[in-house]
Design a protein around this ligand. Structure first.
Ligand SMILES: [Zn+2]
Length: 442
């Protein structure tokens, strides 16, 4: 099953042969995959947490801890009951039964709450300005969603100041953090001109290490009569200006956006510049996106709502994660992606918000978990795995999405005795405490 494939093999701190480092866009010392502190690097032994200067915190009294490491506990989620976690510096130093917890500088009593890894939201569009409330309102009154609505946001984003866009991104990252999201990817795609796309990426990189160049979101109005010319811009001067600021390259492969040949040109040009592909694929209709993603070794194919058997087979046989974005189907009253079909085929599935002002204006991973369980055939355990370790897999990261020695100290306490409550109590603000990189931030 998907949970074990990427959920195991990384119990050691940072030394796994499978550990992949990010390809750039790091903002400094605290970038993802950066060298682990000496306390964690020296090994998983509890004694490591006693190292000199870093302040350690023991979170004890956890009713159920989700580690996502089958070596540490039951099942694919690696469940540990009556558990404790020790955070030391930015990292997890120790996780296991409370009775065996090593000493730490400070202690937090979880008082019977459940604890899960910080959510990894591997797909969002946060660099934007403007309001589309009326579009949503109209759509809920019966008008079907069309990709062209993006142009409204493009106009508003181009007109916004840098300060305004920074403030918007900061607001949504903070909003997500309060709901337990400790890693968030975000994209350009509302500039659609060389300087505007580069600006969006620089702004995004100030708020997250996971930045994606999406110049190929739609063809902007200036190129309405010359889409080939726009693809030439995206794969030429725009890519030159944007590649230094991004880790990933993405394309909206869809009717009304970019066809298979155009998407291939965009992704291969980006890959030649060191950007790793990810693809908006098969959201609104059947098409070539998913198979192209797998063929090009994309990290993820996102949406996967309209899939043929051949698409599912390709995902099952390839390395590409299927990222499902139920907020989009919710907000457009569209048919749900069939997560059950993908999981039964052995595909690795991630859940993400797709947070954007047009088709999915939620930053809540718990909401997406609830939708996935209620409407997409996922079990509560599968949905939680997909929202944590699955998201990490979609970002090719093993340093987060799990609570295991050496991993980032990204931990969420729930005001609930079981992580199943994330789906069982939809819409309820269950996140009561969040640590990111070992620091309590909520
Ligand atoms: Zn998207």
């Amino acid at each position: 099953m998907s949970g074990t494939e990427t959920g195991s093999g990384t119990a050691g701190p940072g030394g796994s042969p499978g550990r992949r480092r990010p390809l750039g866009a790091g903002t400094g010392a605290a970038g993802p995959g950066d060298p682990v502190p000496s306390a964690a690097r020296s090994g998983p032994a509890p004694a490591a947490s006693a190292s000199a200067s870093a302040t350690s915190t023991a979170v004890t009294g956890i009713a159920v801890l989700v580690t996502n490491d089958p070596a540490l506990g039951e099942g694919p989620l690696g469940l540990v009951r009556n558990a404790a976690v020790v955070l030391d510096g930015e990292r997890v130093a120790w996780a296991g039964p409370s009775r065996r917890a090593p000493a730490a500088d400070t202690r937090v009593d979880a008082a019977g709450r459940a604890a899960v890894p910080g959510f990894v939201d591997s797909h969002s569009h946060l660099v934007f300005d403007g309001d589309r409330t009326e579009e949503f309102n109209a759509r809920m009154s019966g008008r079907p969603y069309a990709a062209g609505g993006i142009r409204t946001t493009v106009a508003a984003t181009r007109a916004a100041t840098d300060e305004r866009l920074h403030a918007n991104v900061a607001r949504y990252v903070a909003e997500a953090l309060r709901q337990g999201t400790t890693v968030i990817e975000t994209k350009s795609g509302y500039g659609l001109a060389t300087d505007q796309e580069a600006r969006a990426l620089r702004i995004a990189a100030a708020h997250t290490d996971e930045v994606t160049f999406l110049g190929a979101h739609i063809v902007p109005p200036e190129y309405a009569d010359d889409p080939a010319g726009y693809v030439g811009l995206v794969t030429g001067p725009m890519l030159d200006a944007c590649a230094p600021h991004a880790r990933w390259i993405d394309v909206f492969c869809e009717r009304g956006a970019f066809d298979g040949d155009q998407a291939r040109a965009v992704l291969t040009a980006g890959a030649a510049r060191g950007l790793v592909p990810r693809v908006h694929a098969n959201q609104l209709s059947y098409g070539p996106g998913v198979r192209l993603a797998v063929e090009l070794g994309a990290a993820s194919a996102d949406h996967c709502t309209h899939l043929t058997d051949e698409d599912v087979d390709a995902l099952a046989q390839g390395e590409t994660v299927a990222t499902l974005l139920p907020g989009a189907e919710f907000s457009t009253r569209a048919a749900w992606p069939d997560a059950r079909r993908l999981l039964d085929a052995g595909v690795t599935v991630a859940l993400s918000t797709d947070c954007n002002p047009g088709s999915s204006f939620t930053s809540s991973m718990p909401f997406c978990i609830a939708l996935a369980v209620r409407d997409m055939g996922m079990t509560p355990d599968e949905a939680l795995w997909a929202a944590t370790a699955g998201g990490a897999a979609a970002l090719r990261r093993t340093d987060t999405g799990r609570i295991t020695p050496g991993a980032r100290g990204d931990l969420v306490l729930l005001d609930a005795p079981s992580p199943v409550h994330l789906a069982y109590r939809p819409g309820v603000p269950l996140v009561s405490a969040v640590w990111r990189r070992g620091e309590r931030v909520h």
